[in-house]
Design a protein around this ligand. Structure first.
Ligand SMILES: [Zn+2]
Length: 55
């Protein structure tokens, strides 16, 4: 369970970072239409993962 959450967190992180690398608006904090859901997913999974570590 923890491994799967971590795997999803890493995948979301990779997807977001890969997108941001090639996307100037996303790099400067103005998320584009494609980047917004990637960023949301990354933030959500990061929160879930960090909460999991704390609990
Ligand atoms: Zn973008």
């Amino acid at each position: 369970m923890a491994d799967s959450l971590h795997a999803r967190y890493m995948a979301a992180s990779d997807a977001w970072r890969a997108h941001r690398k090639g996307c100037t608006p996303c790099r400067t904090g103005r998320h584009c239409e494609a980047g917004e859901p990637l960023h949301e997913r990354f933030v959500r999974l990061q929160d879930a993962y960090l909460n999991h570590l704390r609990s």
